[in-house]
Design a protein around this ligand. Structure first.
Ligand code: SF4
Length: 199
């Protein structure tokens, strides 16, 4: 049986180290007293209030950014609720996406890691949690990725990534996106240094 927190004392923890919300089907073996896994945002919110875990992790799978709204709302609710707002929230993202980072930053998430398609089992999660450091803060991730990345929806599942420093007319992908725009090297980009912006 899982240990229960004390909803009347938001500072008290249940001893639960981690509550993971992962609807991707890529979590397994999470049934110990130290960790709990749920697959829906509502379950996650309920368990976060009841169990007051030390850390709440929310996994965003590979999905159109519009579909991530319910998980962003979950983080917002966790950070507004008096019983859960002191608990750090770790967002586990599939890959770098500046717009999503901005949304979860506004929602109040504390930390970010990119996990791709990795199956999350207790050893892998412990490795991630034990390795968390200041570079995993939201602000640090946002500083790495170029602020001129713009994401235009093509349909319900696809986005076109374009450069806002080139009037949204340059489509980005491949090496340029991953090795320049999504890294600190973006600060040396000619368009970043001399942006052409809509007046
Ligand atoms: S091309 Fe340059 S300015 Fe445009 S998004 Fe990439 S790094 Fe930023």
């Amino acid at each position: 049986m899982k240990k229960q927190g004390n909803p009347n004392d938001p500072g008290a923890t249940s001893g639960l180290r981690l509550l993971l919300c992962d609807a991707t089907g890529k979590a397994c073996g999470m049934s110990s007293l130290d960790e709990a896994w749920v697959s829906s945002p509502i379950q996650c919110f309920d368990n976060a209030v009841d169990m007051n875990p030390e850390l709440i992790a929310v996994r965003f799978g590979q999905m159109p950014v519009g579909d991530s709204g319910i998980l962003v709302e979950l983080i917002t609710a966790l950070k507004r609720n008096s019983h859960t707002r002191r608990r750090p929230v770790l967002a586990l993202l599939h890959s770098k996406h500046r717009k999503l980072l901005e949304e979860i930053h506004l929602a109040g998430a504390d930390l970010v890691r990119y996990v791709g398609e990795t199956m999350l089992d207790p050893p892998r999660l412990n490795q991630i949690i034990d390795g968390l450091n200041p570079d995993d803060r939201l602000a640090a991730h946002l500083a790495v990725i170029c602020r001129f990345l713009h994401y235009n929806s093509m349909d319900s599942r696809h986005e076109l990534i374009v450069c806002g420093a080139y009037l949204d007319r340059m489509v980005l992908g491949g090496d340029r996106l991953h090795q320049l725009c999504e890294t600190e090297d973006h600060r040396q980009c000619e368009y970043f240094l001399n942006p052409r912006l809509n007046s």
